[in-house]
Ligand binder design. Structure first.
Ligand code: IMP
Length: 338
């Protein structure tokens, strides 16, 4: 079997996603236990205990989620669809846990200015970062305010320099990979998350560009988080994994003797409430209880991966150069059997 470096994997003939690859431990680990692995990292002026961001979706990040994630050492990005931003502006956010918010292309300067009295990071929440309006908005915010700006999304690094020149501090990488995303089905756009991340990673390396990479969409389990970080992502953004927790906005619904919560795409009919172009679905996910359980499971999984790989800091994990490409049967063999 061939062991691929990042560059080798980036040259692979086909587009790859998380289930197509695995991490290959090739060193004797110095970790006495997974608890010695340090998952802390710096991200846009914040010290995170675990490089996890929540997606600014209306069924994922309201004020309760942002505050809970902050307490857990992660970062919640407030959605722009429900009343969360309004509550933040009206000082109804409770503690000072909210560190970042999303805005749309039409959010006016007076609102941005008020938001920046409360938070340091603004996420311009669009489906496609590679658009002149996004570049203009980024440039405008960077020229007129003191803020970190996250843009998104992109599926490759071809335009990365333009995003950096406009002033973007971080980019959400992933088109078509989100679990409620129908972009690829509707438009034919989108490649596998592993290939997207590597393309952006090498564009950053080759251009010596200063921008953080956020792996966004398609994360199904803690192992995928470990893979995204090993591929060089700075942080990992979650939608579905956090949806259905107690802190996610929305009611708990009892159906067929089970508890559920709603999870929907930002471009779904339920969010847009009009029949314009729909690129997202609406679904129910099992109720998961406290978000702490989800974050702890991710933290345990990532620290265990770090211990196997002998990468005891997140920066070391990002330097991983040993990956396998799995045959379909190898992939199936990895899954627990009933
Ligand atoms: P998940 O973690 O796989 O559920 O993916 C979450 C990501 O899907 C978000 O952070 C967005 O990048 C993306 N996303 C959210 N809503 C939509 C939508 O309606 N259409 C396409 N992509 C979406």
């Amino acid at each position: 079997m061939k062991i691929y470096s990042k560059a080798g994997l980036n040259d692979y003939s086909m587009s790859l996603t998380y289930d197509d690859i695995s991490l290959v431990p090739v060193e004797i680990s110095k970790a006495k236990s997974r608890s010695v692995a340090d998952t802390s990292t710096e991200f846009l002026g914040l010290n995170l205990g675990l490089p996890i961001l929540s997606s600014p979706m209306d069924t994922v990040t309201g004020i309760e989620m942002a505050n809970a994630l902050n307490e857990l050492g992660c970062l919640g990005i407030l959605n722009r669809f429900d009343s969360s931003v309004e509550k933040l502006l009206n000082n109804e956010a409770g503690s000072d846990g909210v560190k970042s918010v999303s805005i749309g292309l039409n959010t006016p300067d007076d609102i941005i200015s008020k938001l920046l009295e409360k938070v340091s990071i603004i996420c311009i929440d669009t489906a496609n970062a590679n658009n002149l309006e996004v570049l203009k908005k980024t440039e405008h915010i960077k020229n007129n305010f003191d803020a970190y700006v996250i843009v998104g999304n992109t599926a490759n690094g071809k335009t990365l320099k333009q995003l950096v020149d406009a002033g973007a501090d971080a980019v959400r990488v992933g088109i078509g990979g989100g679990s409620v995303c129908t972009t690829s089905v509707q438009t034919g756009i989108g490649i596998g998350q592993v290939s997207s991340l590597l393309d952006v990673y090498f564009a950053r390396e080759e251009g010596k560009l200063n921008i953080k990479i956020i792996a966004d969409g398609g994360i199904k389990n803690p192992g995928d988080v470990a893979k995204a970080l090993a591929l060089g992502a700075d942080t990992v953004m979650l939608g579905r994994l956090l949806a259905g927790t107690r802190e996610a906005p929305g009611e708990v619904i009892k159906y067929n003797d089970q508890l559920w919560k709603k999870y929907r795409g930002s471009a779904s009919f339920g969010v847009k409430m009009k029949n314009e172009f729909i690129e997202g679905e609406e679904t129910m996910v099992p109720y998961k209880g406290h978000v702490r359980n989800v974050i702890n499971a991710i933290s345990d999984g990532v620290r265990s991966a770090m211990s196997y790989m002998n990468k005891l800091t997140i920066e070391e994990l990002r330097q991983t150069e040993s990956f396998a490409v799995l045959s379909n049967s190898s992939y199936l063999e990895r899954l627990p059997k009933k």
